[in-house]
Write a protein that binds this ligand. Structure first.
Ligand code: CMC
Length: 450
């Protein structure tokens, strides 16, 4: 989008006598202004340096807004608290994709469209069979989502808005089917086909937990919890996986390939893998002695040499409370109560660890609060979702956000392929010497690089 010019500017001066440069400043609707440095390299032959993008806005976007200091999250301007309590996931998807909440007729049509895309090509089963039964679900999901481009070649053209829309419906509709299939495959149970009379979340839970042996009874509290997990994870502005999807799609690849790249990125424990890592951490403390061992564990987290982190705590953007965590905490208590699990030792441990960390000076001074994944892991575990599948459910929920962001980028006439630059700190130009005369230093250097 062409940014509105503002009267504000920043002046960059150099200590080496190079001429100063005026840089335009653009204001968003809310949030920090940005200094527009697009002319910097052309005018000064210098780049900016910002590893981890701590100070870089990589794009303009009208989808999601986060105020990390206030602990605020808005989708298209609506607070997450209102969406999580007044809307369902498919309404949220509609909002993220089209910019407005749907009317009841628009919602009926959208729900119907998504519902009628939930089945996957039968051939997908045979593809899935190629994986080891004990493969990590995220390894399987990366493969399955990437493979969708082999199954749906009629909706691959990223530059055709209609094909983009069809691929969006397909991805949103088929992700629950694929995640459930990946699960059924690991436990050796028959796949359960989607049922069109159920809601999105209820259908997913049935595909996960039903067997042909008995009728599956939908539990409304658990379905609401799953739907809330979906809503809270639907988008989160330019996080690592979303930036990955944008960067990947900027090359003009197809939507399924770009979303598969997002799935791969989300897998990491510092991002979507955190809920799995948090549960793993709780299990470990449990094995080592439970609540009595919390003090020792917290001490190892604080030890600078230990590299132990309290998983499910801290966030790159939220330096106040993660607003999603508040909602998920509420759901967590609802679910534990519904299932009579309040006294389960693992959940008691989670609550005790949360309390101690929230009062500890180390965490308070660094503004480290529980994030959404601390509680979403506990909720999913209580519902019966195996720990290894947590991140796949996050990917399912985030798919709509990735698509909305990808669409926004592609529809922008000013979009360019993403191509960051670098500060080169390697060897200066040098000449190749014959192999017989190369010394040991080469071996050492090569080893150091590994
Ligand atoms: N446990 C212990 N110490 C921590 C933690 C933690 N979870 N997170 C940050 N710190 C400390 C860190 O050691 C550093 O201390 P010091 O200033 O003494 O060196 C300080 O807090 C700042 O840490 P940072 O690594 O600079 O913070 P960051 O903003 O780069 O990292 C984070 C954000 C999410 C990667 C990190 O908090 C973390 O690793 N958390 C655990 C993993 C996790 O739960 N991730 C899920 C994020 S929410 C899901 C999503 O949106 O993807």
């Amino acid at each position: 989008m062409a940014l509105d010019p503002s009267n504000k500017k920043a002046t960059l001066t150099f200590s080496d006598g190079s001429p100063a440069l005026d840089l335009p400043i653009h204001a968003g609707t809310i949030g920090p202004d940005v200094i527009d440095i697009r002319q910097l390299y052309g005018k000064t032959a210098r780049f900016t340096y910002d590893p981890g993008f701590l100070s870089t806005a990589a794009c303009d976007s009208s989808i999601t807004y986060i105020d990390g200091d206030k602990g605020e999250l808005l989708y298209r301007g609506y607070p997450i608290e209102q969406l999580a309590t007044q809307c369902d996931y498919l309404e949220t998807c509609y909002l993220l994709l089209y910019g407005e909440l749907p009317s009841s007729e628009q919602k009926r049509q959208f729900d119907r469209t998504v519902t009628y895309h939930t089945m996957v090509n039968e051939q997908m089963q045979f593809f899935l069979r190629g994986f080891r039964r004990d493969a990590h679900p995220m390894a399987v999901m990366t493969g399955l989502v990437g493979a969708m481009s082999a199954f749906y070649p009629d909706s691959m053209n990223l530059n055709d808005p209609q094909q983009r829309e069809i691929s969006a419906h397909r991805l949103i509709a088929k992700m629950p089917t694929l995640v459930a299939m990946a699960y059924k495959y690991t436990v050796g149970q028959p796949y359960v086909y989607p049922r069109n009379d159920l809601s999105y979340a209820a259908n997913f839970m049935r595909m996960m937990f039903a067997t042909p042996c008995e009728e599956y009874k939908v539990n409304d509290v658990l379905v609401r919890a799953m739907d809330r997990i979906f809503i809270l994870h639907a988008d989160h502005e330019q996080n690592a996986s979303t930036s990955t999807v944008r960067l990947c799609a900027s090359s003009g690849t197809n939507p399924f390939a770009a979303i598969a790249a997002g799935v791969a990125c989300l897998w990491g424990p510092a991002h979507g893998g955190a809920n799995e890592a948090a549960l793993g951490m709780l299990h470990q403390i449990q094995r080592e002695g439970g609540v009595a061992k919390i003090g020792e564990f917290i001490a190892s987290v604080k030890d600078k040499n230990s590299e132990v982190r309290l998983m499910g705590f801290g966030h790159r953007v939220y330096k106040n409370y993660d607003p999603r965590a508040k909602l998920m905490r509420e759901t967590c208590h609802e679910v534990l109560q519904e299932l009579g699990l309040q006294d389960d030792p693992l959940f008691k441990l989670a609550m005790a660890l949360e309390k101690i960390a929230l009062e500890d000076e180390y965490f308070v001074s660094r503004k480290l609060y529980p994030n959404v994944d601390y509680y979403s892991g506990i909720v999913q575990k209580a519902i019966g979702v195996p720990v290894q599948l947590f991140t796949a459910i996050f990917a399912l929920a985030r798919t709509v956000g990735w698509i909305a962001q990808l669409n926004e980028m592609i529809a922008d006439p000013e979009y360019k392929i993403g191509r960051p630059r670098q500060l080169y700190v390697g060897e200066k130009r040098r000449d190749v010497t014959p192999i017989a005369s190369r010394g040991v230093k080469h071996e050492k250097r090569a080893a150091e690089r590994v």
